[in-house]
Design a protein around this ligand. Structure first.
Ligand code: UDP
Ligand code: MG
Length: 322
């Protein structure tokens, strides 16, 4: 192997003061062993992206940086931009100073020991290495059920994502450069990266429980994320509306013929129930259809404005400080 390459870890943090000391400690140990094994260059860094936290997260990152400037870097976003935007902010900041970057959650749910395998797979020629959960034993039944349902539903809806892979992945500089060309505002990284292509593979790990603190993804946010993922990657819901419309038209044709026959035959009733039912059904379906179309229109609205996806207030880093 030629000389070891530079690895940057991008770790988004939103109110993570409880986990940061442990996460930084474990990452440091991991890096030291990787550097000793000559798998990564000593110029490798860990970049914590503070996503507008309300607690002490940013001052902790600043402390980490001043105590160990050759190892810990930090990006401070001007406001809470959301997990996906925070990850992208980190990746876009490091894309020109690293050879490969790994994105990982701050809460230690992603197994740090998988990093070795990811880096090895990178040297084998993979430009993207997906971290895939082999088991979900530590998740609550509810989380597991909703999360697995999410992946299946995504597939049915036409958005191709790697099953049970979240945002724990390695990407090479080449892929990061391509990712920079995706200008969309509605970010859904796990759908975008497979679109880039290049040689990729998966490594498997057991997802641990959150080390401390609470999930920043309550059900409401998770549902919004799922809807975003589907509508960002597939127009299948729009096609579904057409199919339902066709089926309804055929059914109504049958109903019309039936009513005419009933009228002529003289056995027609007043038909209150059937009228009521159809009004509610048609009204409901129309609103649903409008809602789905509205979802896409809203996306177009957000896209045409082309607002910045994140705003970086500070970047503390000493890439060449050996
Ligand atoms: N996160 C973020 N911005 C947000 C919400 C979350 O940067 O607005 C970060 C959070 O600090 C963590 C990662 O995204 O590092 C994943 O969040 P979390 O662990 O709460 O989600 P879960 O694992 O429960 O789905
Ligand atoms: Mg988590």
């Amino acid at each position: 192997m030629s000389s070891p390459e530079i690895l940057y870890m991008v770790v988004p943090c939103y109110n993570e003061e409880e986990v940061l000391p442990e996460t930084s400690k474990r990452l440091k140990e991991k890096y030291q062993s990787l550097i000793e094994r000559k798998l990564i260059s000593p110029l490798s860094r860990v970049v914590f992206v503070n996503d507008g936290s309300k607690d002490k997260t940013w001052s902790m990152i600043q402390e980490l940086h001043s105590s160990d400037p050759e190892f810990f870097s930090g990006i401070n976003l001007a406001h809470n931009a959301g997990h996906q935007n925070a990850v992208l902010a980190g990746l876009m900041t490091v894309k020109d100073i690293c050879d490969m970057a790994i994105t990982m959650d701050a809460d230690l749910q992603d197994d740090i020991n998988t990093i070795d395998a990811m880096v090895e797979k990178y040297y084998e020629g993979n430009q993207v290495v997906y971290g895939v959960r082999s088991a979900r034993d530590t998740d609550t039944f509810f989380k597991r059920f909703t999360a697995e349902g999410f992946y299946k539903f995504m597939k049915v809806m036409g958005a191709d994502v790697v099953y049970n892979h979240a945002d724990f992945r390695l990407m090479s500089k080449v892929v990061l450069k391509e990712l920079a060309n995706f200008k969309e505002v509605n970010l859904f990284l796990r759908g975008m990266v497979p679109l880039i292509g290049y040689q990729s593979c998966s490594v498997y790990y057991e997802r641990a429980e959150r080390f401390a603190g609470e999930s920043k993804y309550p059900l409401k946010k998770m549902l919004a994320f799922a809807v975003n993922g589907i509508t960002s990657f597939s127009v299948k819901p729009l096609k579904l509306i057409t199919s339902v419309g066709i089926i309804m038209s055929i059914l109504s044709l049958v109903a019309i013929i039936w009513s005419v026959v009933a009228k002529i035959g003289g056995f027609s009733e007043l038909g209150w129930s059937s009228t009521m039912c159809s009004i509610w059904l048609i009204g409901g379906l129309q609103l649903l259809a409008l809602g789905i179309i509205g979802e896409y229109v809203g996306k177009i609205y957000a896209e045409v404005k082309q607002r910045p996806r994140f705003i970086i207030a500070d970047f503390i880093n000493d890439p060449d400080n050996k």
